[in-house]
Design a binder for this molecule. Structure first.
Ligand code: RP5
Length: 168
C-alpha cells in the first residue's frame, strides 16, 4: 500500500477546536489526511503516551498539538516519539496565552517542539505541509502556488488601496 501523508492534530480540550479547526482546514486544502483527537497531558496522560508511542507505526508523519494554560501536551507527545511535533499555544482566558506560549516554547534541550504563534493554527498547518514536502514531492508545487496566490492577493490589495488614495 502506498504511504500517504498523514498529520495528527491533537488538542487538550474540545474548547480549543474553533481555533484548531483552521489548522485542520489548511491541511485538508493540501489534501493531507488528518487524525483529529482530544487528549490531555494532565487529564488523560496515559492516552497521550500511548498515542505518541504508536503514531509513527500508524503512518503519522507529523504531530500538531494545541493546548492552553500550563500547556504540556506538545512537550509530552514529543517526549514519547521521534516524529516532529509542532505546538500551537492557545490564547487562554486569564493570561491571554502568554502562559501557553511559554509552556510550549520553553522546552528543555533534547526534546524540541516547533512552536507557532499564540492561536497560530494556520501556520502550524502550513509548517506541517512544508515538513511533509521533504518526503512527498507532490506537495512542493502546491506550496509554491499557495505562496504565489498570497502574493497576488497582497498586490491586488495594494492596487485597490492606491486607487482609493488617489481619489482622495
Ligand atoms: C487546556 O486547558 C486545553 O488545551 C484548553 O486550552 C484549556 C482549557 O480547557 P477546558 O477547561 O476548556 O477543557 O488543557
Amino acid at each position: 500500500m502506498k504511504h500517504e501523508p498523514k498529520v495528527a492534530v491533537i488538542m487538550g480540550s474540545d474548547s480549543d477546536f474553533p481555533v484548531v479547526k483552521k489548522c485542520m482546514l489548511m491541511l485538508k486544502k493540501f489534501g493531507i489526511s488528518v487524525d483529529v483527537r482530544v487528549m490531555s497531558a494532565h487529564r488523560t496522560p496515559d492516552a497521550v503516551a500511548c498515542y505518541a508511542k504508536a503514531a509513527q507505526e500508524s503512518g503519522v508523519d507529523v504531530i500538531i498539538a494545541a493546548a492552553g494554560k500550563a500547556a504540556h501536551l506538545a512537550g509530552v507527545l514529543a517526549a514519547y516519539t521521534t516524529l516532529p511535533v509542532i505546538g500551537i499555544p492557545m490564547k487562554s482566558s486569564t493570561l491571554d496565552g502568554l502562559d501557553s506560549l511559554l509552556s510550549v516554547v520553553q522546552m528543555p534541550k533534547g526534546i524540541p517542539v516547533a512552536t507557532v504563534a499564540v492561536d497560530g493554527a494556520e501556520n502550524a498547518g502550513i509548517l506541517a505541509v512544508q515538513m511533509l514536502a521533504l518526503k512527498y514531492e507532490q506537495l512542493r508545487p502546491l506550496l509554491a502556488q499557495f505562496k504565489a496566490d498570497m502574493a497576488a492577493e497582497v498586490e491586488a490589495k495594494d492596487q485597490a488601496l492606491s486607487k482609493e488614495v488617489a481619489a482622495l
